[in-house]
Design a protein around this ligand. Structure first.
Ligand code: NAD
Length: 247
Protein backbone atom coordinates (compact mmCIF):
# COMPACT_ATOMS: atom_id res chain seq x y z
CA UNK A 1 0.00 0.00 0.00
CA UNK A 2 1.27 3.50 -0.83
CA UNK A 3 2.39 5.50 2.14
CA UNK A 4 0.53 8.73 2.90
CA UNK A 5 3.53 11.02 2.40
CA UNK A 6 5.51 8.95 -0.08
CA UNK A 7 8.43 11.09 -1.38
CA UNK A 8 6.91 14.32 -0.03
CA UNK A 9 9.48 16.85 1.15
CA UNK A 10 8.64 17.79 4.73
CA UNK A 11 10.40 20.43 6.83
CA UNK A 12 10.09 20.36 10.62
CA UNK A 13 11.68 23.05 12.73
CA UNK A 14 12.55 22.05 16.27
CA UNK A 15 12.45 18.42 15.27
CA UNK A 16 14.98 17.12 17.77
CA UNK A 17 12.74 16.78 20.84
CA UNK A 18 9.17 16.56 22.02
CA UNK A 19 6.37 17.20 19.54
CA UNK A 20 8.69 17.96 16.60
CA UNK A 21 10.59 14.70 17.05
CA UNK A 22 7.40 12.61 17.32
CA UNK A 23 6.05 14.31 14.19
CA UNK A 24 9.29 13.77 12.29
CA UNK A 25 9.11 10.06 13.12
CA UNK A 26 5.49 9.87 11.95
CA UNK A 27 6.20 11.64 8.62
CA UNK A 28 9.31 9.52 8.01
CA UNK A 29 7.37 6.33 8.70
CA UNK A 30 4.84 7.48 6.08
CA UNK A 31 7.51 7.73 3.39
CA UNK A 32 8.42 11.44 3.52
CA UNK A 33 11.83 12.97 2.88
CA UNK A 34 12.12 14.62 6.30
CA UNK A 35 14.33 17.63 7.08
CA UNK A 36 14.61 18.58 10.74
CA UNK A 37 16.27 21.54 12.36
CA UNK A 38 17.56 22.06 15.87
CA UNK A 39 20.11 24.29 17.49
CA UNK A 40 22.51 21.69 18.87
CA UNK A 41 24.39 19.52 16.36
CA UNK A 42 24.91 16.70 18.86
CA UNK A 43 21.22 16.44 19.72
CA UNK A 44 20.37 16.72 16.02
CA UNK A 45 22.49 13.67 15.27
CA UNK A 46 20.85 11.66 18.08
CA UNK A 47 17.41 12.66 16.80
CA UNK A 48 18.25 11.60 13.23
CA UNK A 49 19.05 8.10 14.51
CA UNK A 50 15.66 7.97 16.21
CA UNK A 51 13.77 9.28 13.18
CA UNK A 52 15.69 7.00 10.78
CA UNK A 53 14.31 6.47 7.24
CA UNK A 54 16.97 8.77 5.74
CA UNK A 55 15.94 11.92 7.61
CA UNK A 56 18.30 14.85 7.20
CA UNK A 57 19.26 17.38 9.86
CA UNK A 58 20.25 20.96 9.23
CA UNK A 59 21.56 22.69 12.35
CA UNK A 60 20.18 26.17 12.87
CA UNK A 61 18.28 28.67 14.94
CA UNK A 62 14.88 29.68 13.53
CA UNK A 63 15.28 33.20 14.87
CA UNK A 64 18.29 33.69 12.56
CA UNK A 65 17.07 34.16 8.96
CA UNK A 66 20.49 33.25 7.54
CA UNK A 67 20.20 29.79 9.16
CA UNK A 68 16.84 29.38 7.42
CA UNK A 69 18.44 30.41 4.12
CA UNK A 70 20.97 27.59 4.59
CA UNK A 71 18.17 25.11 5.34
CA UNK A 72 16.19 25.95 2.20
CA UNK A 73 19.30 26.14 0.02
CA UNK A 74 20.06 22.55 1.03
CA UNK A 75 16.52 21.39 0.26
CA UNK A 76 16.50 23.25 -3.06
CA UNK A 77 19.70 21.50 -4.01
CA UNK A 78 18.40 18.06 -2.92
CA UNK A 79 14.80 18.18 -4.19
CA UNK A 80 13.99 21.61 -5.66
CA UNK A 81 10.74 21.78 -3.70
CA UNK A 82 8.99 21.72 -0.32
CA UNK A 83 5.59 20.04 0.12
CA UNK A 84 4.95 20.50 3.85
CA UNK A 85 6.28 22.96 6.41
CA UNK A 86 5.70 22.22 10.10
CA UNK A 87 6.83 25.43 11.83
CA UNK A 88 7.07 23.97 15.30
CA UNK A 89 10.19 25.36 17.03
CA UNK A 90 9.18 27.35 20.03
CA UNK A 91 10.09 28.12 23.61
CA UNK A 92 8.05 28.81 26.71
CA UNK A 93 9.33 31.09 29.43
CA UNK A 94 7.38 32.76 32.21
CA UNK A 95 7.48 36.27 33.67
CA UNK A 96 4.75 38.25 35.45
CA UNK A 97 3.68 41.62 34.11
CA UNK A 98 5.76 44.07 36.13
CA UNK A 99 8.77 41.78 35.79
CA UNK A 100 9.04 41.33 32.02
CA UNK A 101 12.64 41.92 30.96
CA UNK A 102 13.45 43.08 27.44
CA UNK A 103 15.60 40.03 26.71
CA UNK A 104 12.74 37.67 27.74
CA UNK A 105 10.39 39.49 25.35
CA UNK A 106 12.92 39.52 22.49
CA UNK A 107 13.84 35.86 22.93
CA UNK A 108 10.29 34.50 23.07
CA UNK A 109 8.99 36.70 20.24
CA UNK A 110 12.23 36.14 18.27
CA UNK A 111 11.87 32.36 18.25
CA UNK A 112 8.10 31.89 18.34
CA UNK A 113 6.93 34.76 16.12
CA UNK A 114 9.85 35.98 13.98
CA UNK A 115 11.06 32.38 13.62
CA UNK A 116 7.66 31.24 12.39
CA UNK A 117 7.27 34.13 9.93
CA UNK A 118 10.60 33.51 8.22
CA UNK A 119 10.36 29.71 8.37
CA UNK A 120 7.20 29.98 6.29
CA UNK A 121 8.12 32.94 4.09
CA UNK A 122 11.45 31.47 3.04
CA UNK A 123 9.80 28.15 2.13
CA UNK A 124 7.27 29.74 -0.25
CA UNK A 125 9.50 30.01 -3.34
CA UNK A 126 9.89 26.21 -3.15
CA UNK A 127 6.19 25.47 -2.59
CA UNK A 128 3.41 24.95 -5.09
CA UNK A 129 -0.33 24.17 -5.20
CA UNK A 130 -1.23 21.35 -2.85
CA UNK A 131 1.41 22.41 -0.34
CA UNK A 132 0.54 22.63 3.34
CA UNK A 133 1.80 24.73 6.22
CA UNK A 134 1.12 23.69 9.81
CA UNK A 135 2.02 26.10 12.61
CA UNK A 136 2.35 25.15 16.27
CA UNK A 137 0.11 27.25 18.46
CA UNK A 138 -0.97 26.48 22.00
CA UNK A 139 -4.07 26.44 24.12
CA UNK A 140 -2.30 29.26 25.98
CA UNK A 141 -3.08 31.52 23.01
CA UNK A 142 -6.77 31.35 23.99
CA UNK A 143 -6.51 31.32 27.79
CA UNK A 144 -4.98 33.34 30.61
CA UNK A 145 -2.31 31.56 32.64
CA UNK A 146 -0.39 33.37 35.37
CA UNK A 147 2.99 34.75 34.27
CA UNK A 148 2.66 33.54 30.68
CA UNK A 149 1.58 36.74 28.94
CA UNK A 150 4.47 37.00 26.50
CA UNK A 151 4.42 33.32 25.52
CA UNK A 152 0.62 33.32 25.20
CA UNK A 153 0.73 36.44 23.00
CA UNK A 154 3.19 34.71 20.64
CA UNK A 155 0.76 31.83 20.27
CA UNK A 156 -2.18 34.18 19.68
CA UNK A 157 -0.05 35.75 16.91
CA UNK A 158 0.44 32.33 15.37
CA UNK A 159 -3.31 31.71 15.41
CA UNK A 160 -3.72 35.01 13.59
CA UNK A 161 -1.05 34.23 10.96
CA UNK A 162 -3.04 31.17 9.85
CA UNK A 163 -6.05 33.35 9.08
CA UNK A 164 -4.17 36.00 7.10
CA UNK A 165 -1.81 33.63 5.31
CA UNK A 166 -4.77 31.51 4.20
CA UNK A 167 -6.02 34.59 2.36
CA UNK A 168 -2.57 35.65 1.16
CA UNK A 169 -1.82 32.20 -0.24
CA UNK A 170 -5.21 31.23 -1.68
CA UNK A 171 -4.12 31.96 -5.24
CA UNK A 172 -1.12 29.66 -4.69
CA UNK A 173 -3.20 26.69 -3.48
CA UNK A 174 -1.22 26.45 -0.23
CA UNK A 175 -3.21 25.70 2.93
CA UNK A 176 -2.25 27.05 6.37
CA UNK A 177 -3.55 25.67 9.67
CA UNK A 178 -2.53 25.60 13.33
CA UNK A 179 -2.19 22.65 15.67
CA UNK A 180 -2.61 23.75 19.28
CA UNK A 181 -1.49 21.29 21.91
CA UNK A 182 -2.54 21.65 25.51
CA UNK A 183 -0.28 19.93 28.02
CA UNK A 184 1.94 17.34 26.43
CA UNK A 185 4.25 14.76 28.02
CA UNK A 186 7.48 15.94 26.38
CA UNK A 187 10.82 15.37 28.15
CA UNK A 188 10.79 19.06 29.15
CA UNK A 189 7.27 18.69 30.61
CA UNK A 190 8.34 15.57 32.51
CA UNK A 191 11.21 17.50 34.11
CA UNK A 192 8.82 20.34 34.98
CA UNK A 193 6.37 17.91 36.61
CA UNK A 194 9.16 16.31 38.65
CA UNK A 195 10.27 19.70 39.96
CA UNK A 196 6.81 21.13 40.67
CA UNK A 197 4.88 19.08 43.20
CA UNK A 198 1.15 19.09 42.57
CA UNK A 199 1.42 20.32 38.96
CA UNK A 200 0.53 16.98 37.42
CA UNK A 201 -2.53 16.56 39.67
CA UNK A 202 -3.69 20.08 38.84
CA UNK A 203 -3.37 19.39 35.10
CA UNK A 204 -5.21 16.08 35.32
CA UNK A 205 -8.06 17.77 37.19
CA UNK A 206 -8.21 20.63 34.67
CA UNK A 207 -8.12 18.53 31.48
CA UNK A 208 -11.52 16.92 30.71
CA UNK A 209 -9.83 13.74 29.47
CA UNK A 210 -8.02 13.46 32.84
CA UNK A 211 -4.50 13.09 31.45
CA UNK A 212 -1.75 14.83 29.48
CA UNK A 213 -1.24 14.16 25.75
CA UNK A 214 1.38 11.86 24.30
CA UNK A 215 3.57 13.56 21.69
CA UNK A 216 2.41 10.98 19.11
CA UNK A 217 -1.18 12.20 19.55
CA UNK A 218 -0.14 15.71 18.49
CA UNK A 219 1.80 14.22 15.56
CA UNK A 220 -1.35 12.49 14.28
CA UNK A 221 -3.16 15.83 14.14
CA UNK A 222 -0.24 17.45 12.29
CA UNK A 223 -0.23 14.69 9.67
CA UNK A 224 -3.98 15.16 9.20
CA UNK A 225 -3.58 18.92 8.62
CA UNK A 226 -0.64 18.32 6.27
CA UNK A 227 -2.40 15.66 4.22
CA UNK A 228 -5.07 15.64 1.58
CA UNK A 229 -7.49 14.30 4.20
CA UNK A 230 -7.88 17.94 5.29
CA UNK A 231 -8.07 19.31 1.73
CA UNK A 232 -10.93 21.72 2.58
CA UNK A 233 -9.62 22.84 5.97
CA UNK A 234 -7.97 26.26 6.01
CA UNK A 235 -7.10 28.95 8.56
CA UNK A 236 -8.23 26.54 11.28
CA UNK A 237 -6.92 25.82 14.75
CA UNK A 238 -7.05 22.17 15.74
CA UNK A 239 -6.88 21.88 19.52
CA UNK A 240 -5.20 18.68 20.72
CA UNK A 241 -5.72 19.18 24.42
CA UNK A 242 -8.20 16.63 25.73
CA UNK A 243 -10.95 19.24 25.69
CA UNK A 244 -9.13 21.76 27.91
CA UNK A 245 -9.92 24.89 25.91
CA UNK A 246 -13.12 23.83 24.17
CA UNK A 247 -15.11 22.42 27.09
P1 NAD B 1 10.68 20.86 23.30
O1 NAD B 1 11.43 21.81 24.12
O2 NAD B 1 10.52 19.45 23.76
O3 NAD B 1 11.19 20.87 21.82
C1 NAD B 1 11.32 22.07 21.16
C2 NAD B 1 12.15 21.86 19.94
O4 NAD B 1 12.37 23.13 19.35
C3 NAD B 1 13.49 21.28 20.26
O5 NAD B 1 13.85 20.41 19.20
C4 NAD B 1 14.40 22.50 20.28
O6 NAD B 1 15.72 22.19 19.93
C5 NAD B 1 13.75 23.33 19.21
N1 NAD B 1 14.04 24.74 19.28
C6 NAD B 1 13.82 25.59 20.31
N2 NAD B 1 14.24 26.80 19.97
C7 NAD B 1 14.71 26.72 18.70
C8 NAD B 1 15.27 27.64 17.81
N3 NAD B 1 15.47 28.90 18.14
N4 NAD B 1 15.62 27.21 16.57
C9 NAD B 1 15.46 25.93 16.21
N5 NAD B 1 14.94 25.00 17.03
C10 NAD B 1 14.58 25.40 18.26
O7 NAD B 1 9.27 21.53 23.08
P2 NAD B 1 7.84 20.97 22.73
O8 NAD B 1 7.10 20.97 24.00
O9 NAD B 1 7.87 19.78 21.87
O10 NAD B 1 7.34 22.24 21.92
C11 NAD B 1 7.20 22.26 20.52
C12 NAD B 1 6.18 23.33 20.20
O11 NAD B 1 4.95 22.98 20.83
C13 NAD B 1 6.55 24.71 20.71
O12 NAD B 1 6.18 25.67 19.74
C14 NAD B 1 5.70 24.85 21.96
O13 NAD B 1 5.42 26.18 22.26
C15 NAD B 1 4.46 24.09 21.56
N6 NAD B 1 3.62 23.61 22.66
C16 NAD B 1 4.07 22.67 23.54
C17 NAD B 1 3.23 22.23 24.56
C18 NAD B 1 3.67 21.18 25.56
O14 NAD B 1 2.91 20.89 26.50
N7 NAD B 1 4.84 20.58 25.42
C19 NAD B 1 1.98 22.79 24.69
C20 NAD B 1 1.55 23.74 23.77
C21 NAD B 1 2.39 24.14 22.75
Amino acid sequence: MAKRFDKKVVVITGGTDGIGLATAKAFAAEGAHVYVTGRRQERLEEALEEIANGAIGVQGDVSDPSDLDRLYARIKQDHGRVDVVFANAGISESAPIGGIEEDHFDRVFGINVKGTVFTVQKALPLMSAGGAVVLTGSGAGSKGFANLSVYSATKAAIRSFARTWTVDLKSRGIRVNVVSPGMVLTPAMQTYLQNNAGAEEWMKQAIPFGRLAETAEVAKAVLFLASDESSFVGGEELLVDGGFVAV
